[in-house]
Ligand binder design. Structure first.
Ligand code: GDP
Ligand code: ZN
Length: 346
């Protein structure tokens, strides 16, 4: 995998990336199993509260936990008995968690998460540090130019979002720099077939911002994408926040007490946006060849016609996939994206 995807991982796992990847794979395989069938049920059950108040964690500081309870922000503490629970996560509670507050104003229960973003904890690699939880959708952000749009990067983020149980949505920013819409039109076609929404926007001219706000309504979203594509600018647009744009250089303290500064920003009471200052890109999980073939289903429609049953569609003769690309039956962009991602894990 190229550098961009692992900005985050690299930062925290420079010493032993191989061991880290192996461990991450193991944890994710375990975590994924719980996503499978009961997801919808879980979401439904979680909204039925018997006693106490239900809230959502907006931010966590050393001294208190800010919880949104029906639109009101309340400072809460974690109930002592909760602290004794053992998990493979370093932090018990994270931004985005749904919680139950008891009559004393303490967080008495943390609901099961249907999705989360995490990174390996610094000191103990067997543990993960949660960054945010219960995220519905990843706004996979790219820019038309500066940095140049790379379709294969979109596909990597899509696969990662889907693996993490989050809906991928493509946001192509800096559309003001686009003179020729050929590539955009082709991408629209490709992702429409895959049922993945694609928006073209400009934080500069505000083109498409209304649509972006609309798609974020009633959802919890996180912007993800390479550095420089305009994530900060877009968050400012959708939240109305005025923040400094440009690279934020954040010194990370080494050690067990490193805190994440992620927050959940309410969007006019109709959704939330995760803000993770200093973290430019989320670690994208390893993509196995099995994930690849599930994702590139359009490409693999042609595979049964290849000469070799185990054809990788890269260097083999009489490959039906390559032939389909030559004959224009399959998008060259899709094939190149496949090649690019395939290279990454070989
Ligand atoms: P981030 O690293 O993804 O958070 O990106 P930033 O929001 O910091 O933006 C990176 C640079 O791109 C800044 O110089 C912005 O002014 C610029 N930028 C952001 N959005 C747009 C846009 O829609 N059009 C143009 N032309 N520039 C933009
Ligand atoms: Zn083939």
């Amino acid at each position: 995998m190229s550098k961009d995807y692992h900005e985050l991982d690299e930062k925290y796992n420079q010493e032993d990336p191989r061991a880290f990847r192996k461990e991450r794979k193991r944890i994710q395989a375990k975590d994924r199993s719980k996503y499978k069938k009961t997801d919808q049920e879980k979401r439904k059950n979680e909204s039925t509260v018997i006693n106490g108040k239900r809230g959502r964690v907006l931010g966590i500081s050393k001294v208190s936990i800010d919880v949104d309870i029906a639109g009101q922000v309340t400072s809460c503490n974690l109930k002592g008995s909760l602290k004794k629970e053992k998990t493979n996560q370093k932090n018990l509670i994270t931004v985005g968690d749904y919680v139950l507050i008891d009559e004393r104003g303490q967080i008495a229960h943390i609901e099961e998460r249907f999705s989360y973003l995490a990174r390996a904890a610094n000191l103990d690699r067997r543990k993960q540090q949660l960054i945010a939880a219960n995220i519905d959708q990843v706004l996979i952000t790219a820019s038309y130019q500066a940095p140049t749009l790379k379709p294969s990067l979109l596909d990597r983020y899509i696969i990662a979002a889907q693996k993490g149980n989050m809906q991928p949505i493509i946001v192509i920013n800096k559309i003001d720099l686009c003179k020729d819409k050929t590539l955009i039109d082709e991408l629209c076609k490709i992702y429409k077939q895959a049922n993945i929404p694609l928006l073209t926007v400009s934080a500069l001219t505000k083109e498409g911002i209304t649509d972006l706000k609309k798609i974020m309504r009633k959802k919890t979203s996180v912007f993800s994408g390479q550095s420089g594509v305009g994530k900060t600018s877009l968050i400012n647009e959708v939240t109305g926040r005025k923040d400094k744009i440009g690279p934020i250089i954040q010194k990370t303290q080494k050690g067990a007490h490193t805190t994440t500064s992620a927050t959940l920003i309410p969007l006019d009471k109709t959704g939330f946006c995760v803000d993770t200052p200093g973290i430019k890109s989320f670690g994208l999980w390893d993509i196995s060849s099995n994930d690849l073939s599930n994702y590139f289903y359009d490409l693999l429609e042609f595979a049964p016609l290849c000469k070799f049953m185990n054809c990788t569609h890269i260097h083999e003769p009489d490959c039906a996939v390559k032939k389909a690309v030559e004959e224009g039956k399959l998008s060259k962009i899709r094939y190149e994206s496949y090649l690019n991602i395939h290279e990454g894990y070989e």
